[in-house]
Design a protein around this ligand. Structure first.
Ligand code: SF4
Length: 205
């Protein structure tokens, strides 16, 4: 399957009834479908799920909400994005060797997908790994870490800065750049940028 086929099939997915109902509940003008990932490897960044008023509104993963702005400040600081923001599908931001996706492709109520929804959506993440063939996967948070670990067949506990490797593919853990994690001091944008600098180095090994 090529990437265009993948996007066509992904955006038609209705495997999770709760999320189909939720994504359909937004005003006209919202994307309100499974949210397309974007960019290209060798570094794959995997978040949790699109935000209701972020990717679910704009139609591009990590675009238009506060987590996205935190993520892009860090990517920009690490030299992996052309601008320190991501606000709309036509904002002209370029990614340098980075593919952005999430473990769950539809916005969940309260930003909390169920275990079954994560499991349902792992089929898409698995296909992405096969298509993109990343050298490094940065998992933003524990749910993304577990979903990617299962696909790559690696073992290791999630923590910020954790690195595990299998067959030349690295999995790197990082706290999610959500407003809550930033505001409570769990993670600073600069600390996330350090993880991306490490990912950049590992991708060149
Ligand atoms: Fe399909 Fe994933 Fe959306 Fe569930 S979350 S409906 S599996 S795209």
């Amino acid at each position: 399957m090529d990437f265009e086929d993948f996007l066509r099939k992904l955006t038609a997915c209705r495997a999770c009834p709760r999320l189909v109902e939720y994504r359909s509940s937004f005003p006209p003008g919202y994307w309100a479908k499974p949210v397309p990932p974007w960019g290209s490897g060798p570094i794959m960044v995997v978040g949790l799920a699109p935000a209701a008023h972020g990717g679910n509104r704009t139609g591009r993963m990590f675009t238009g909400d506060r987590s996205s702005q935190n993520l892009f400040k860090a990517l920009y600081e690490a030299g992996l994005a052309s601008r320190p923001y991501s606000i709309s599908r036509d904002d002209g931001v370029e990614l340098y060797g980075v593919y952005i996706t999430s473990a769950v492709k539809c916005a969940p109520p309260g930003n909390k997908p169920t275990a079954e929804e994560v499991k349902n959506c792992s089929r898409w993440l698995r296909e992405e790994v096969e298509i993109v063939k990343p050298r490094v996967v940065v998992a933003l948070g524990r749910v993304a870490w577990r979903a990617v670990s299962e696909i790559l067949g690696v073992r290791g506990e999630f923590r910020h800065g954790a690195v595990v490797e299998k067959d030349g593919v690295y999995l790197v853990g990082a706290y999610h750049p959500s407003p809550r994690n930033i505001n409570t001091g769990r993670i600073a944008v600069e600390e996330l940028a350090e993880v991306f600098k490490l990912a950049k180095k590992l991708a060149k090994e």
